[in-house]
Design a protein around this ligand. Structure first.
Ligand code: FES
Length: 178
């Protein structure tokens, strides 16, 4: 009798006996090479190892987030007040160049500044001039223009407010109100 060549072995079909009560095997008759070699115990070991790895990663990310300090920012000029008329807004970055923020000059003359990061999932909120609130288009989130508190949609925390001050005609960001 001749030995099977490597080509013969790779094309060899793995026959898996059909156990009478394995109905699923009849309905789903697909097999993978070597599947009969994985025991239930091995499978459970892999499952436990993968679950453990995911749990460890999750804990690591949570610990990193908790340890990371929120930078409230340093005083920095935003824009000359004369360039932001009542009823308009001005976009800027604060406290770092990666953090979008919005300064709103309300029709009543009040000034408000907020981080533009929606407190739901971090999309950018904006203000349609003349509108009643700040709006997040991702999931229809709405925030009060005067206080930043959520009015509608999924966000349940207010926008991060930025403390501001007008110094000699220029609006300054002082720090995040955190
Ligand atoms: S990210 Fe703003 S409402 Fe979801």
């Amino acid at each position: 009798m001749t030995e099977p060549t490597p080509t013969d072995q790779s094309s060899r079909k793995v026959e898996i006996p059909l156990v009478p009560d394995e109905h699923w095997r009849r309905d789903f008759p697909y097999t993978a090479v070597g599947e009969e070699l994985v025991t239930r115990r091995d499978f459970n070991r892999y499952l436990a190892a993968a679950s453990g790895a995911f749990a460890a990663c999750t804990l690591g990310v949570a610990a990193y987030s908790a340890a990371r300090e929120v930078t409230p920012g340093e005083p920095a000029p935003i824009v000359e007040l004369s360039k932001v008329a009542r009823g308009t807004s001005h976009l800027f970055r604060y406290p770092t160049s990666h953090d979008p923020a919005i300064l709103v000059h309300l029709p009543d003359g009040e000034l408000r500044a907020y981080s533009q990061k929606c407190t739901h999932l971090g999309c950018v909120v904006f203000w349609e001039e003349g509108g009643e609130d700040l709006y997040c288009p991702c999931h229809e989130g709405h925030f009060d223009l005067h206080s930043g508190v959520p009015l509608a949609g999924p966000p349940d925390r207010p926008l991060t407010r930025i403390n501001i001050e007008v110094r000699e005609g220029t609006v300054w960001a002082l720090r995040l109100d955190v």
